[in-house]
Design a binder for this molecule. Structure first.
Ligand code: NAP
Length: 466
């Protein structure tokens, strides 16, 4: 037989993970001229879109409109979706090797980074990733519990995820009710007694990871005043020199917005969001019941590394911050996939430009590829994954042209469908998803919300009459 990619032998590609990267890769593959591609996309959840559904904040509906482009890809006649099918459990890498010429991993970063300080696991201290998955209706997090009877909450980290978490905590019930936040979260947050939310940055305002539109939005909350401490916003000499040298407009703007917040007087709204800088938690304090009741913070100064980045250095000045609920938002982390080489310290699949590497010889493993957060780590916005997926697809196309693909024994769509039916009879097709989508949208229309999510797999099956 000749090279795959023809009508007689289509190039069969398995994509593991139905997030943005998976769709971008599928799109790039379908656009290759002169190569006939068949794509099967697998996800362990019944529903597609990865973090667009389970990560993007419910009050950021506009960002979610990117799914229209994903649905166009999914409508391609040679695209199939297998939802509710878990890689490593329902299908293994060996299964895929016998049905596909190329395997593409885009599973994102499914867990959180640890802080490594005492008290991290006290009751009431949660990874932000869990709270995000919970309020977005991820079925695995449906039954999480967060003690929203607490009045004071700290969010550690000042990235965009920390900002999302703080904003959701500060939104009024009326604001949340206009979103597609999961019903259980809407109900719990409507009864929230949270009054003060602290966002804790370990470096200064000029180094904060959040982006300007996100931080500006905090100043426009209906029922929360945002504030910052003037002496923490005042730039230290190193930051000032770095900013003057770079003239980086977005950092200058960021500092200006934060200065504005530091000057703002309280307007008597019922909640307060306090942005703190140059402080690091060194220990979470617990009571005798093992519940978090506060944290010890150390004040930091900044120093320049040899490459010029400004990093935090602890001083000998400490303070106690009493809080009854903590969200650690210090970054996501990838988890290893069974049978796929992994770089533990970076939390990514071992790869070069998206070609998965054999850990011993550091040579590419024929037919295995990766892109997105599991390739490069949890950085960038949704659109960042488009060029990232394109880089990997270029490698796939190059390897195909040079005859470096797997030689599967059963490279047909029917053989895979057969396998999946045997291993996971309850799998969800794209048609199933489109019906679920319509049901969720209709539930939304019934109560003037953008969507009311189904948050349990059983409910999804029941909604489909299965
Ligand atoms: P991130 O942007 O990398 O921010 C992580 C934050 O945690 C940083 O402030 C970091 O401080 C801090 N941190 C790390 N280790 C710490 C420690 N031990 N103690 C205290 N602080 C610590 O990550 P993210 O917020 O999880 O977001 C992930 C990606 O998704 C980002 O690229 C983000 O922009 C994107 N995202 C975008 C949006 C949006 O566009 N609206 C929304 C959500 C997420 P240092 O800077 O000092 O390391």
């Amino acid at each position: 037989m000749g090279r795959p990619g023809t009508g007689a032998e289509p190039l069969r590609v398995a994509i593991i993970g139905a997030g943005p990267t998976g769709y971008y890769a599928a799109d790039h593959l379908f656009r290759q001229e002169g190569v006939l591609v068949e794509i099967d996309m697998f996800d362990r959840l019944p529903t597609p879109y990865g973090l667009v559904r389970a990560g993007v904040a419910p009050d950021h509906q506009k960002i979610k409109s990117v799914t229209a482009a994903f649905d166009k890809v999914a409508a391609h006649p040679r695209f199939r979706f297998y939802g509710g099918v878990e890689f490593g459990k329902d299908v293994t890498v060996d299964d895929l090797r016998s049905h596909y010429h190329q395997i593409f991993f885009s599973t994102g970063a499914q867990t959180d980074r640890r802080m490594g300080i005492p008290g991290e696991d006290l009751r009431g201290s949660h990874p932000a990733t869990e709270f995000v998955a919970w309020y977005n209706g991820h079925p695995d997090y449906r039954d999480c519990h967060f003690d929203l009877s607490q009045e004071r909450v700290a969010v550690v980290g000042v990235g965009n995820v920390a900002v999302d978490v703080a904003r959701i905590l500060c939104r009024s019930a009326e604001e949340l009710a206009r979103t597609d936040i999961a019903d259980h979260a809407l109900e719990a947050l409507s009864r929230s007694r949270v009054k003060e939310v602290y966002l804790l940055g370990r470096r200064g305002p000029a180094q904060a990871a959040f982006t300007n539109p996100e931080i500006k939005e905090l100043g426009e909350l209906a029922d929360a005043d945002v504030t910052a401490l003037p002496d923490e916003i005042e730039l230290d000499p190193l930051s000032r020199a770095a900013l003057e040298k770079s003239q980086d407009r977005s950092s200058l703007k960021k500092v200006e917005i934060l200065n504005d917040y530091a000057r703002r007087a309280s307007t008597g709204k019922s909640k307060r969001l306090i942005l703190r800088f140059l402080v690091s938690p060194v220990e979470f304090r617990g009571n005798s019941a093992g519940e978090v009741v506060g944290m010890r913070l150390v004040r930091n100064t900044l120093y320049a590394t040899p490459t010029g980045t400004l990093q935090p250095k602890a001083t000998d000045r400490f303070e106690e911050l009493p809080v009854g609920l903590v969200f650690r938002s210090v970054g996501y982390k990838g988890v290893p996939l069974p049978g796929v080489p992994f770089n533990e310290s970076w939390g990514v699949i071992l790869n070069e430009k998206g070609r998965v590497l054999d850990p011993d010889g550091k040579q590419p493993i024929v037919g295995e590829y990766t892109a997105g957060w599991i390739k490069r780590g949890p950085t960038g916005v949704i659109g960042t994954n488009k060029p990232d997926a394109a880089e990997t697809v270029s490698c796939m196309v190059e390897d195909l042209a040079e005859g470096r693909t797997l030689t599967p024994a059963e490279p047909t769509a029917a053989a895979v469908e057969d396998l999946v039916r045997r291993r996971q009879p309850k799998y969800f097709s794209y048609r199933d998803w489109l019906r679920l989508n319509e049901i969720e949208l209709q539930r939304g229309r019934d109560c003037s919300r953008p969507r009311v999510k189904l948050v349990r797999v059983e409910d999804m099956l029941a909604a489909l009459g299965r």
